[in-house]
Design a protein around this ligand. Structure first.
Ligand SMILES: [Zn+2]
Length: 418
């Protein structure tokens, strides 16, 4: 039978406003992981869960779990993250956690005889804003953290990740070994704001997500010859920046042709002074596509284009891989349930692939996973201007609760059997 979760979306919105007042300032949300603002946010959520008799449990990676035991086998996990970027928005991550808390409240009110267990998890340090390592807690739980990668992380002040996380009781070695409560999960669901303009442009309040895109991030380093800006005739130059700039435009065209996104978000010039022709230019290229083969083909095409352009300008180019992740598809059955839930709230009959990474992408290879996205105003996120229309938030919470009901009605034999 289908569980009934009578959620009150207004409670979620008022909790979000209270959280924003408690942890934000004129510049935006200040819930950077491993800081006092983040801790205050976690205390608010722990207080809400304590009201329905559920105590928080912190695992070795500092993920915060709230578990309401049910009478049936299996456990549904609803998760997201309370941490924000500095001067962030009020909804990013917090919406999913507080909607999960509302699920917990609704489940605690009703009879649990027909329900499996329900867990809410606040993943630690999703944003990676301080050390540059996103999805810390969910990666740890999924066994995707690498010791060598963590050992070298330092913040802008030179404080090591080991030192900063140690102050919060996290031993990096222990975090690497964290599997914890995720091993008991039968399904994982996450509600998140879209953080982009697609839903708003299509007048859609909510959408089901079928997975996250693959990402390939590289640095293309162009080398030419540094020279005097006044005495070197235009025809005699080997300008590494102009090669990089021409490549950036070619990369844009290639990405458009393949239905991919490409972003050249950073360029470093050497010597980097107004009076010298750039001798070297390092261009950071972030490529994203939902299809792994298309992504690989685009990455190869980008290098070929860069080599051709560099050669024509008597420069050279070399590629250094920075980071990559393959596309992560969510569980077909659970995505179908998310579609059904979204259709009930004015969503579409088809799914979106998320161009942003979420904790759900880490969970998906291990546990059947689905997501619901809520429309963002103007597509803005990671800024204090981030917002969603109240009615879209309401519909998002209701669609999420419906997904939870449908998921909990699945015949889970035992925890983790999916
Ligand atoms: Zn987020």
């Amino acid at each position: 039978m289908t569980a009934v979760l009578e959620v009150d979306p207004e409670r979620v919105i008022s909790d979000l406003r209270e959280l924003a007042a408690l942890t934000g300032d004129a510049a935006g949300a200040q819930r950077l992981a491993w800081t006092a603002g983040w801790e205050r946010a976690r205390e608010l959520v722990a207080g809400r869960c304590a009201e329905v008799g559920v105590a928080g449990v912190r695992d070795r990676a500092a993920n915060l779990w709230f578990v309401l035991e049910g009478d049936r086998p299996g456990m549904l996990v609803a998760g997201s993250h309370l941490d924000s970027v500095p001067d962030g928005g009020w909804l990013d991550g917090a919406l999913g956690v507080l909607a999960g808390v509302e699920l917990l409240r609704a489940a605690a009110r009703g009879s649990r005889e027909e329900l499996p267990s329900l867990a809410v998890v606040d993943w630690a340090d999703e944003e990676g804003a301080r050390f540059g390592r996103s999805l810390f807690g969910s990666s740890a739980a999924a066994g995707e953290l690498d010791a060598g990668e963590l050992a070298v992380l330092r913040d802008a002040d030179g404080v090591s990740a080991a030192q900063a996380l140690g102050a919060y009781g996290v031993d990096l070695g222990g975090a690497l070994a964290e599997g914890g409560l995720l091993g008991a999960a039968s399904a994982y669901i996450e509600l998140h704001i879209e953080q982009g303009p697609v839903l708003e442009a299509a007048s859609l309040p909510v959408a089901a997500v079928d997975g996250t895109v693959g990402i390939a991030r590289d640095v293309l380093r162009f080398e030419g010859q540094a020279a005097h800006a006044g005495t070197t005739p235009m025809g005699a130059r080997r300008d590494a920046f102009l090669a990089a700039a021409e490549a950036a435009l070619a990369i844009e065209r290639a990405a458009r042709a393949r239905g991919a996104t490409a972003t050249c978000g950073r360029v470093e010039l050497e010597p980097g002074v107004a009076t010298a022709v750039p001798g070297a230019a390092s261009l950071w290229v972030d490529l994203r596509h939902r299809d792994a083969r298309e992504l690989a083909a685009l990455r190869a095409e980008v290098l070929g284009l860069a080599e051709g352009i560099a050669g024509a300008r008597r420069c050279s180019v070399a590629r250094r891989a920075v980071w990559s992740i393959e596309p992560r598809a969510f569980d077909c059955g659970l995505v179908e349930l998310a579609l059904e839930a979204c259709r009930g709230q004015g969503g579409l009959g088809h799914t979106l692939t998320s161009g942003a990474l979420h904790d759900a992408a880490m969970v998906a290879p291990l546990v059947p996973t689905a997501m619901v996205l809520c429309a963002s105003v103007g597509g803005l996120s990671h800024t204090r201007e981030e917002d969603s229309r109240p009615d879209d938030l309401r519909r998002g919470v209701l669609a999420f609760a419906r997904l939870a009901e449908l998921a909990m009605a699945q015949p889970w034999e035992s925890a983790g059997s999916g």
